[in-house]
Design a protein around this ligand. Structure first.
Ligand SMILES: Nc1ncnc2c1ncn2[C@@H]1O[C@H](COP(=O)(O)OP(=O)(O)OP(=O)(O)O)[C@@H](O)[C@H]1O
Length: 549
């Protein structure tokens, strides 16, 4: 452990104890040596005794800096692990941090470009447009085409800081996991590993740029979503150069209303976009907070979203998508048995789950939701409650499903903020039903056959040869089976013969010994014993050889 990581560890312990987070641990997690160590650090007292647990955790994370702030934000979406109250507190963590020196930003940009900024850009603005924990954004104009662009550059040393903090977090998670035991539902190691994947994805701006390009291509002709152009040749691990957009933040209700935006359509398009990304493209933006979603200033009556920040993207397997879509449909048909079956079929819960108990548990959480009007039901909430229930039946929630549930909650929140009467089900149902029909109906069969056609066209000329080879293999197989059977029968016969001789030998020897004991003429008993020994020798050597079959 280096001096700096030792210092960081002390800082984390100090903050944890100053906010009294140790007092929030259940007693079974505080063995005598833990309490002893706590007493040794007597000068670090709880200075927030009167605040609630969730608030103390939020404040501690705020003090520990960006990695913990982002961790808290991620944790706030794990409502399957936390209570609603704690999740609410953590969701209030703000990621805005003071900008770093422009000279450092300039140096970092020039190292990545391997050229002076002025050779490629005009009007580079030294005052950042935005500054967050991982990166900082500056505006400029591209010399080659005169287009307005933004440069997003990673903070200096951010990778080292993130990795050092992650290492410490992993160690604490391992300790917690040992203390909690195998059957704990908090799964600290799993939570930290999910976070590691997320944050490491955000540290690679080249990957983010490639995600942006892929999403842009998926919506190139769309009237619903626009993704800014990425200057791929100017994008590197620590720098992105992309088209600058001039749009209204989706959270700016006054701005949207002032330009006469059709808010109902905008809200519906948000839901549609989500389902299109998940089900059509299998590639969805999974960091949809208001700082990343804008609305174009053009055609407010036919509004178009603009998306930014592609560090966190989600994908699902085809099976997960199908089970998910069926899950929603089953929920709206109040078919709880089907939901329970789907969780088992998909492998989300173990096949030996008690399906009736699971169905009952699903019913208990879902049924009260129908006390609300249909347009008040939240898909994200349904999914969240189902995951919470499934967790009790040992479902290990996959990170991709959690990302999806979180995104869905965002999309719904956003939709209802834009247009409170938004009926999610009416917007999503035709989409889901259409998608399922495409997956399982005759159309799907035709589509899959069409997809396989080039493969079969390629394989067709090889078919006669393959059939001939297979028949030959088949014939050889039958021949070798017959030979094996023959050998087996011969072995069996030999074994029977040998057993018979050995038993006869035993009888002869025993009889010889008995005759000898009863004083019968010596030559008779000797002959019987000798015959027994000879029979035994013959029987022994006529045994089938082991391992020969
Ligand atoms: N292409 C762009 N055009 C105009 N403004 C942009 C552009 N890209 C980013 N910005 C501005 O910079 C802000 C931060 O950008 P971005 O979200 O990509 O950074 P970030 O470091 O990933 O932040 P966070 O992770 O907190 O969302 C955006 O909210 C937006 O205001």
């Amino acid at each position: 452990m280096s001096i700096s990581s030792f210092r960081r560890a002390y800082q984390v312990i100090k903050t944890t104890l100053h906010f009294g987070l140790d007092e929030l641990l259940p007693t079974k997690l505080t063995p005598w040596y833990f309490r002893f160590l706590r007493r040794c650090l007597f000068w670090l007292t709880n200075q927030h005794k009167n605040s609630a647990g969730g608030e103390r955790l939020k404040l501690a994370m705020q003090e520990l800096g960006p990695v913990y702030i982002k961790f808290g934000q991620m944790l706030s979406t794990r409502r399957d692990l936390l209570t609603d109250e704690w999740a609410e507190e953590l969701s209030m963590l703000q990621d805005r941090v003071p900008p770093f020196a422009t000279s450092l930003a300039r140096t970092a940009i020039e190292i990545e470009l391997n050229a002076p900024i002025d050779s490629l850009f005009d009007d580079f603005d030294d005052t950042p447009l935005a500054s967050a924990s991982i990166s900082q954004v500056h505006t400029a104009t591209l010399k080659s085409n005169g287009k307005a662009v933004v440069l997003k550059v990673l903070r200096p040393d951010v990778e080292a800081k993130v990795h050092a903090d992650l290492q410490l977090m992993s160690q604490v998670a391992e300790l917690l996991d040992t203390l909690l035991g195998a059957n704990n539902r908090l799964r600290p190691i799993e939570v930290i590993e999910d976070y590691r994947t997320t944050i490491e994805g955000e540290l690679n701006l080249k990957l983010e740029a490639l995600n942006g390009i892929k999403l842009r291509n998926n919506f190139l002709d769309s009237s619903t979503l626009y993704i800014p152009y990425m200057y791929e040749e100017l994008c590197f691990t620590r720098l992105i150069v992309m088209e600058r957009i001039d749009a209204i933040s989706v959270s700016d209700m006054h701005g949207l209303q002032a330009q006469g935006t059709n808010l109902k359509l905008l809200a519906e398009r948000g839901v549609e976009l989500f389902f299109t990304q998940v089900f059509r493209d299998n590639f969805f933006h999974a960091d949809m907070h208001p700082g990343n979603i804008f609305v174009s200033r053009e055609h407010p009556d036919n509004p178009k979203y603009i998306g930014l920040d592609f560090g966190i993207m989600g994908t699902l397997t085809n099976e997960d998508k199908r089970y998910l879509a069926e899950n929603f449909l089953a929920f709206f048909n109040r078919d709880y048995r089907r939901i329970a079956q789907l969780y088992i079929e998909s492998g989300w819960v173990s096949p030996d789950t008690d399906i009736t108990a699971f169905e009952q548990a699903v019913k208990v959480v879902c049924e009260p939701m129908f006390n609300k009007a249909l347009n008040e039901i939240s898909f994200g909430h349904v999914l969240l409650e189902l995951f919470r229930t499934a967790r009790r039946f040992d479902m290990v929630v996959q990170p991709q499903l959690v990302l999806l549930e979180k995104t869905l909650l965002y999309v719904e929140g956003l939709g209802r903020q834009l247009y409170p009467q938004l009926d999610l089900w009416q917007t999503a149902k035709p989409f889901l039903e259409g998608w399922i029909a495409e997956q399982v109906g005759p159309k799907a069969l035709l589509k899959k056959t069409k997809e396989k056609l080039p493969y079969w066209a390629d394989k067709l000329p090889e078919l006669p040869e393959l059939i001939y080879d297979n028949l030959k293999v088949g014939r050889n197989f039958v021949n070798s089976q017959n030979k094996l059977l023959d050998r087996y029968l011969k072995q069996q016969q030999k074994a029977h013969k040998s057993h018979f001789l050995l038993i006869t030998a035993a009888v002869l020897i025993l009889s010889g010994v008995m005759l000898f004991n009863q004083g019968v003429t010596a030559w008779i008993s000797h002959t019987t014993i000798t015959a027994g020994i000879v029979t035994w020798i013959v029987g022994w050597f006529s045994r089938p050889k082991s391992g020969k079959f």
